[in-house]
Write a new protein. Structure first.
Lengths: 298, 335
């Protein structure tokens, strides 16, 4: 049996021999035997260190809380993919891949915080001053300030503020939480001044801030959040696989299904005759010249 | 407009010239579409999994492994069960530069988002690597036979091994003869009091395999994790995806390391040396006019012709003809 690595790469993450699998210097089996948790192991994976008990608690809190979020793009993605009945991992992979610049943009939020903390250092400003500068710059550029607002939880994500509070309670707050709190304060001051309603912190603002404070890089933090959601997406996909109808279009169901024909609302060009091959070249020239197609081109 | 192509063929199931245009009207006779779920719901102020408010859960001190139990099994696990799941997940987290890490790195090398690489690593879990579904289904099938036919675990383990000795999903192999990690997992499950019928049965499978195998074999990590997860109450499918997702965290670390240490790949950059090629000899491309002389149709008129052609096609690597996938056989399906 070929047991060579699939890729020849130098790696600082782990090695595996016939005798053991070693992650950042720790034998995985020994870690488990000593009673460390999976969250402890995530610190080892991404930071080459074992966390303090409170750091581990914070990560447990956050991953447990972030794991399930009912119907978000990720769960909806998993359900849509599994409706075609591929192997389960395809649905879960699809779900994890829904995380991008709108759904859980954790890495971007992390990089935003790094940029402004660095500027505070270089420009000799306080974190609070830099929070205001950040808000002003984002608003002036017409960019959404990351970490605030949630389209479903319009009064504030029920998980977010408790995460901030836990962050403080566990005594692990630092520059990241200070900056995030400052962003929230200055953003809402601006909104109030402009007659706009209060917008609460969301799980990126709260959760990603805590992950940053725990020492995770923007991408490591993003990985933890998004992959953790994969667990619940797996449950949603599995539920639909075992108890739902494949294809999601059955007419026999008492409820209109996700892919029932009536769920489709087409708003594109009106139906039009297909030109014959003899007519095609003239037709295509005219169509291109008139340019109406540009209205529809994506 | 006259007839288009074959669209007036009498064999068509309806009159194509009279097809309706436009959207289908909303169905007012049935309930509107909703995302039906037994798993979770949320409203403006709550996220609820299997009846438990997730913020209340974490404020009460429940952690990641607890929520996995709640999501998949709709129950709060015993402390021992939670500890055992943490144990299994630590062992599932990393496996060196194996398939999930390699996939994640290949995806990363194109300069993608981390979520693409970590997500893609999950796709490494199939029915050979990470074959927790077939492994679990195999155990369930044989345990059910034992119960129906009143056979002992030893008897059915021997029958199972006779059929599956060389299968990738047996859970017993030569992979962990020197690494005690798999055996320690069973010992820990027994010590925590969470070992049940699946671990007991797998122990019988090991004995049966050791009796007839030509080479030394023992419990491997697939068997250890698969049986332990099923004794924790997870279905074969749940086990499969929970462990695949667990590994994806390491997929994320490999994304980071690949990006930090290696250059990005460019489109068209990689060469494939001719020494690696063993397909048809280099040949001249015929002109379109010459095609009539070169091209031969490959349709078969009889099952015999088809079989002959089928066997010929199997010799061409990379065409898919030599792959046989097992699909459901209605003759052996239970209602």
């Amino acid at each position: 049996m070929d047991r060579e690595p699939l890729l020849k790469r130098k790696t600082a993450i782990s090695y595996k021999t016939e005798e053991e699998t070693v992650l950042r210097g720790y034998n995985l089996s020994d870690l488990a035997e000593e009673g460390y948790t999976f969250c402890d192991a995530l610190f080892v994976l991404f930071q080459e260190r074992l966390p303090t008990e409170n750091e581990e608690k914070m990560l447990e809190y956050e991953t447990a809380e972030f794991l399930e979020h009912s119907m978000s793009p990720s769960a909806a993605g998993a359900i849509a993919v599994i409706s075609g009945r591929p192997h389960l991992p395809a649905a879960i992979a699809g779900a994890v891949m829904t995380f991008g610049s709108a759904h859980g943009p954790g890495a971007a939020h992390g990089y935003m915080m790094h940029r402004y903390i660095e500027r505070a250092r270089v420009e000799g400003k306080t974190i609070d001053e830099m929070g205001k500068i950040l808000v002003d710059e984002y608003i002036n550029a017409g960019l959404p300030v990351m970490g605030l607002g949630q389209p479903q939880h319009t009064d504030g994500d029920p998980r977010a503020e408790p995460t901030h509070i836990k962050h403080e309670e566990l005594g692990i707050s630092g520059v990241y939480l200070e900056l995030q709190r400052s962003i929230e304060k200055h953003f809402n001051e601006w909104r109030k001044k402009n007659g706009k309603s209060f917008v609460a912190v969301n799980m990126i603002g709260a959760g990603n801030t805590a992950l940053a404070e725990l020492g995770f890089s923007p991408n490591a933090a993003w990985c933890i959040g998004c992959v953790c959601r994969g667990f619940s997406c797996a449950a949603h996909a599995l539920y639909n696989m075992k108890k739902g109808h494949a294809w999601a279009a059955s007419k026999r169901e008492p409820m209109v299904q996700m892919l029932d024909l009536s769920m489709i609302k087409y708003i594109g060009p009106d139906d039009r005759p297909v030109p014959s091959q003899e007519e095609r070249q003239e037709y295509a020239k005219k169509q291109k010249k008139e340019g109406e197609y540009k209205k529809w081109a994506l | 407009m006259g007839t288009i192509g074959n669209l007036d063929d009498p064999r068509l199931p309806f009159d194509y010239s009279k097809r309706e245009h436009g959207n289908v009207e909303p169905d007012s006779k049935r309930a509107r579409f909703q995302w039906v779920s037994e798993v979770a719901y949320k409203n403006v102020h709550r996220v609820v999994s299997r009846g438990y408010d997730t913020t209340e859960l974490v404020e009460q001190g429940y952690g990641l492994a607890d929520i996995i139990f709640i999501d998949f099994q709709a129950r709060i696990p015993l402390v021992e069960e939670k500890n055992m799941l943490n144990y299994v997940m630590i062992l599932a987290l990393d496996d060196g530069l194996s398939s999930p890490a390699a996939i994640s790195r290949i995806v990363s090398s194109s300069q993608t988002l981390l979520t693409q690489a970590a997500g893609a690593s999950i796709l490494a879990f199939g029915h050979a690597y990470g074959a927790f579904q077939p492994f679990g289904e195999m155990l369930d099938e044989y345990l059910s036979t034992a119960e129906k036919e009143g056979k002992s675990l030893t008897e059915i383990a021997e029958a199972l091994v006779e059929t599956h000795l060389n299968d990738e999903f047996l859970g017993v192999s030569c992979l962990m003869l020197k690494d005690p990690a798999a055996k320690r997992m069973f010992a820990r499950a027994e010590k925590l009091g969470v070992a049940g019928k699946y671990i007991a049965f797998t122990r019988e499978i090991i004995k049966a395999a050791q009796k007839i195998s030509q080479e030394p074999v023992d419990l491997d990590m697939l068997g250890a994790m698969g049986a332990t997860m099923m004794d924790l109450g997870f279905s074969p499918e749940a086990t499969w995806v929970i462990l695949a997702v667990t590994r994806a965290f390491a997929g994320g670390a490999h994304f980071c390391e690949q990006t930090e240490r290696e250059p990005f790949e460019r489109f068209g950059q990689r060469l494939t040396p001719k020494e690696l090629y063993d397909g048809p000899e280099d040949r001249a491309v015929p002109s379109l006019e010459e095609r009539r002389r070169f091209a031969a149709a490959e349709q078969y008129k009889t099952p015999e012709e088809w079989k002959k052609g089928f066997d010929e096609k199997k010799k061409m690597k990379g065409t898919g003809w030599a792959i046989v996938e097992d699909i459901a056989d209605p003759r052996t399906m239970k209602k």
